[in-house]
Design a protein around this ligand. Structure first.
Ligand code: TYD
Ligand code: MG
Length: 395
């Protein structure tokens, strides 16, 4: 067998091609890699086909050869979809087929820069006995398409479905076959959509992409300023900043306490119910804020989950503010983890958090007494050792 000079190959191949969607580029580290296969999966209706079509449209508009293999919809249905997104560029070629032989032939003949297969569950190889969508079929079809992509240098994007309970019946079976796995997730009733890379052979996986479902498709949110509720000066609302990948998001934490009947309820939405329980115990034992007989509801406004410890203080402050009936100024943001002794613990990336809070209108930030923090102009930093001190400051 002959060998190849890696230098010659490296000099002649252009390996990365923008996906045409900035938030997707961010998650895959710049773009699709020629010859690689990316799996995009998520629940039905979350926006997989829309996102894939956005990418195809952008690339086609830029005269990049693209191809959509539509296995679930007719060409007319795809055309209708594309019109919903705006003008349909020339060069957006579609083939409606569920036959992997057809798909393979098209890839070899056309060699598009990007080929989308929507969805892998609807594709099949007749030679294989099992029905489309079964694990053996999905795996077999994906395997064939992956190797053709590798051989032809086509960047392949395959769409996969997943149901809430049957988590990843298909996609899990594919994870080891493909190079990159992207999940698109979002609250069914909300408009926010998050992109995350769960596996990435060619880059880091920590990045998050943000999109918003709007009537005519998905809108990119490079700047997430909409994660706030309307401006109401009510008790129980506290701002914080959470770090996710290289991004920082301002989050509005909301809490409500109410007199319940029977055993008190604790309802946590988009925040960790375990953290909420812990914080209620700390509030009671260390801060004399007793909610043991009350119903407590906690949530974020805007639909982004806040599950990391850095949002503890804000969550605890929101409950204290609701329980003690005082409104926290909207110009104050609070960041820090809360320990069982009622102490505030340092959190990572504090400077980044304070900067984002300042950018979005905070003039005062409650932060733990420990932890590195560069000076951020326009913000008064209030170092607190304990949650009780933070409550006193916020009042
Ligand atoms: P879609 O991208 O088809 O989701 P998936 O491929 O993940 O199943 O649709 C996303 C959302 O967009 C879905 O909630 C329905 C909505 N939608 C419309 O409102 N109008 C349309 O013409 C289409 C195609 C989708
Ligand atoms: Mg779809």
């Amino acid at each position: 067998m002959s060998t190849t000079s890696l230098r010659d190959v490296a000099a002649t191949t252009t390996s990365v091609h923008s996906t045409g969607v900035g938030e997707l580029d961010r998650v895959v580290g710049g773009g699709f890699i020629a010859g690689s296969t990316t799996l995009l999966f998520g629940e039905p209706g979350v926006g997989k086909s829309t996102l894939a079509l956005m990418s195809l449209r952008e690339l086609a508009a830029d005269a990049t050869p693209v191809l959509l293999i539509a296995a679930e919809e007719s060409v007319a249905q795809v055309a209708q979809r594309a019109r919903r997104l705006g003008d349909v560029p020339a060069g957006l070629d579609v083939a409606a087929s569920t036959d992997v032989d057809v798909a393979e032939r098209l890839l070899r003949e056309r060699r598009p820069t990007l080929c989308v297969v929507d969805s892998i569950s609807a594709m099949s190889d007749d030679a294989l006995g099992s029905t489309a969508g079964s694990v053996p079929q999905v795996r077999h079809v994906a395997e064939r398409l992956c190797s053709v992509a590798k051989e032809t240098g086509v960047a392949l994007l395959i769409v996969g479905h997943v149901t809430k309970d049957g988590e990843l019946a298909g996609p899990r079976a594919l994870e080891h076959l493909v190079d990159t796995v992207i999940r698109i997730e979002g609250d069914r009733h909300g408009s926010l959509r998050l992109l995350r890379a769960l596996k990435h052979r060619f880059g880091p996986t920590g990045e998050v992409g943000l999109l918003e479902m709007v009537p005519d498709g998905l809108r990119e949110m490079p700047d997430a300023t909409v994660l706030r509720g309307p401006e109401l000066d009510v008790p129980g609302v506290v701002f914080t900043v959470t770090n996710d990948g290289s991004r920082s998001f301002l989050i509005e934490m909301q809490a409500l306490v109410a007199t319940g009947s029977g055993s008190p309820r604790r309802v946590a939405h988009q925040v960790s119910s375990q953290r909420l329980s812990l914080l209620l115990a700390v509030l009671e034992s260390r801060c004399a804020v007793d909610t043991s007989d009350l119903d407590v509801f906690a949530a974020t406004a805007g639909g982004l989950a806040a599950n990391e410890p850095g949002v503890d203080v804000a969550l605890a402050l929101a409950v204290a503010s609701a329980a003690l009936d005082f409104a926290v100024p909207r110009t104050l943001a609070a960041m820090g983890e809360v320990g069982l002794a009622g102490e505030l613990r340092a959190v990572s990336g504090l400077t980044r958090r304070v900067r984002e809070a300042q950018r979005l209108g905070a003039t005062r930030c409650v932060v733990p007494s420990d932890g590195e923090l560069e000076e951020v102009p326009g913000v008064e930093v209030i170092r607190c050792r304990t949650l009780a001190q933070a409550i006193a400051v916020a009042q």
